[in-house]
Design a protein around this ligand. Structure first.
Ligand SMILES: [Zn+2]
Ligand SMILES: [Zn+2]
Length: 568
């Protein structure tokens, strides 16, 4: 691809738009720094394999004007701020004109690390709002590097809006706080309470990982953040009800609507006004599905929008029905119990675990599964279940068990193990049982011990109930690799592997499309026309397929790369 670098001269107004977004080049930029310096001093230069974002960011600071370009070399995108060697006055935008830009930082052309930067400018007023600040997951060393990169300098962030408590959306909030963030983090009340336990758990994992590396590999790494950062993050969080506008920061308001994905999950409507000017953006968060146990169905925002940032995890496939998943769960439990094996279920401690317990409760009540013990072997899942119990206001009252059962998660045969010894004791026990343990992609947590112990036994079943990202152990199980590397050992994979997509907490292609059509219909009703859809939170194949489908349906659709900046 060939793109033009804008001409820069001292006399003419530069062919770039004024924007407050800039930051000093980092050391990784230095080698390319000079190259761009030279390029921006020429009249017009063409660079191979170089991509400029739709808007090139500049800063008009007194004596140090800079121009920023984004260069992608192979798959890596490097954001480079280049010193503008000749003084120039940058007056791109007249006073009081409202501009809003989105920079796609994380979950752009991948699933994890959800984070989008909104920059709002009117007159001399500049505001920066982050939508989510999630953890990158996947290959360890690569994600460690990515997790250490701040989306923007802390002092520029005015507020953060969080869609839900999953770690790929909330996991780096304590890192912001550790680096000095003191502003507000807006979320729903249930998300705030779930974050209290999930971020503490994440801090614990960071600290343990650092300890492990120091002990076993002589590698000294500083944990991304510590427990006290997670605790301080909680102090920044403000829980808001659904469907009520709140002021995020000066001149910017937002509203949460039910996303139907996990307890407390929300889509976010962000609105900015300046006089008569109005810009509205909808961030889908992770969209769930109608009919999931316990939680309500997604309610697409009724506001209409100029732009939608939409997840696309399952943009290329349709799921089995939720009811079908419950039947399949019953079959897997019956078959494995008949073989005398264990059912090992790696599950997100929050959401999936409670849904499984709820469904097992129902299956057992109706006599559809044998009476075998069910162990929830995760202190986080145990705590999360307590948070679920605190937020009945977010339950789906149309479900029979919700209405009838005073305690959804407590019934004979189910036990919550808290300490490690209890967990270890499970390995020496005999007979069929169900073990549900985190993490959901089998990357960490107690499920690793159970897989280490049980993956080689053909009587057992490893039951996969959620999305497994590339380069995770869960993905290797789904791919049925002949052996799995766990705690440094090669463990042969002899257990049965069953995948239940019906439990996915993500909307499938049909669900996403109907959600977007609903939002478009509302927008057309109030004369906003068809919004542009930016697809995030998906792998390449899913995003491409879904983009094609959306274009056929009349949407303007883009799949932004990390670092892409677009105006609204
Ligand atoms: Zn999620
Ligand atoms: Zn997600």
């Amino acid at each position: 691809m060939m793109f033009r670098v804008p001409a820069v001269s001292t006399s003419a107004r530069p062919a770039v738009e004024l924007h407050p977004a800039w930051r000093l080049p980092t050391t990784e930029d230095t080698s390319r720094h000079q190259r761009l310096d030279a390029l921006t001093n020429g009249d017009t230069t063409t660079m191979d394999h170089t991509r400029l974002p739709p808007m090139t960011a500049c800063h008009s600071g007194a004596n140090t004007p800079r121009v920023a370009c984004e260069v992608s070399v192979g798959v890596a995108v490097h954001r480079i701020r280049v010193r503008w060697t000749r003084a120039a006055h940058l007056t791109g935008v007249p006073n009081r004109v409202l501009t809003m830009h989105i920079e796609f930082f994380g979950a752009a052309q991948e699933v994890t690390g959800s984070c989008h930067i909104l920059r709002i400018s009117s007159g001399s007023k500049q505001r920066t709002v982050l939508l989510d600040c999630g953890m990158f997951q996947g290959r360890r060393s690569e994600s460690r590097e990515k997790n250490k990169r701040l989306p923007v300098p802390i002092e520029e962030i005015d507020a953060v809006i969080l869609s839900h408590a999953h770690i790929d959306h909330a996991g780096r909030l304590p890192y912001l706080v550790a680096r000095g963030y003191k502003g507000t983090i807006w979320a729903t009340a249930a998300t705030r309470d779930l974050c209290a336990i999930m971020l503490a758990d994440s801090a614990h994992i960071q600290e343990k990982d650092a300890e492990y590396l120091a002990r076993h590999r002589d590698e000294i790494i500083e944990p991304l953040y510590r427990m006290e950062d997670a605790t301080r993050t909680q102090e920044c969080m403000v829980g808001m009800p659904y469907d009520k506008w709140f002021e995020v920061t000066d001149g910017v308001r937002a509203r949460f609507t039910e996303a139907g994905h996990i307890l407390g999950s929300a889509s976010v409507v962000v609105e900015v006004r300046e006089g008569e000017q109005l810009k509205r953006l909808i961030f889908s968060g992770d969209i769930g599905r109608a009919g999931l146990p316990i939680i309500r169905d997604p309610a697409p925002p009724e506001d209409g929008a100029d732009v939608i940032i939409c997840e696309s995890t399952y943009g290329n496939r349709d799921h089995e029905s939720v009811e079908g998943a419950r039947d399949q769960l019953a079959r897997v439990v019956r078959d494995t119990a008949a073989r005398g094996g264990r059912i090992l279920i790696p599950a997100f401690a929050v959401g999936r675990t409670q849904e499984l317990v709820y469904d097992l409760h129902e299956l057992r009540r109706d006599g559809n599964i044998p009476e075998i013990p069910i162990y929830i072997d995760s202190p986080l899942a145990t705590n999360a279940t307590a948070v679920f119990a605190m937020h009945p206001e977010a339950y789906d009252q149309s479900e029979e068990l919700v209405r009838r059962s005073p305690n959804l998660f407590d019934f004979p045969m189910v036990s919550f193990t808290r300490d490690v010894n209890e967990s270890k004791r499970l390995n020496s026990m005999h007979g069929p049982m169900i073990i549900i343990a985190a993490s959901g992609m089998a990357e960490s947590g107690r499920i690793l011990h159970h897989l280490h112990h049980g993956a080689s036994d053909p009587r057992n079943t490893i039951l996969i109930v959620g999305f497994q990202a590339e380069h995770t152990l869960g993905r290797r199980i789904v791919e049925q690799r002949p052996s799995l590397r766990i705690f440094g050992d090669e463990v042969p994979l002899a257990a049965e592997v069953e995948v239940l997509n019906g439990y996915s907490a993500h909307a499938d292609r049909t669900g996403l499309l109907s959600w977007l059509r609903d939002v478009r219909r509302h927008g057309e009703r109030d004369g906003r026309g068809t919004p542009t859809v930016y697809l995030v939170h998906g792998e390449h194949a899913a995003q491409e397929a879904f983009a094609t489908q959306l274009r056929r349906d009349g949407f303007r659709t883009e799949i932004p790369a990390p670092g892409t900046v677009v105006p609204i």
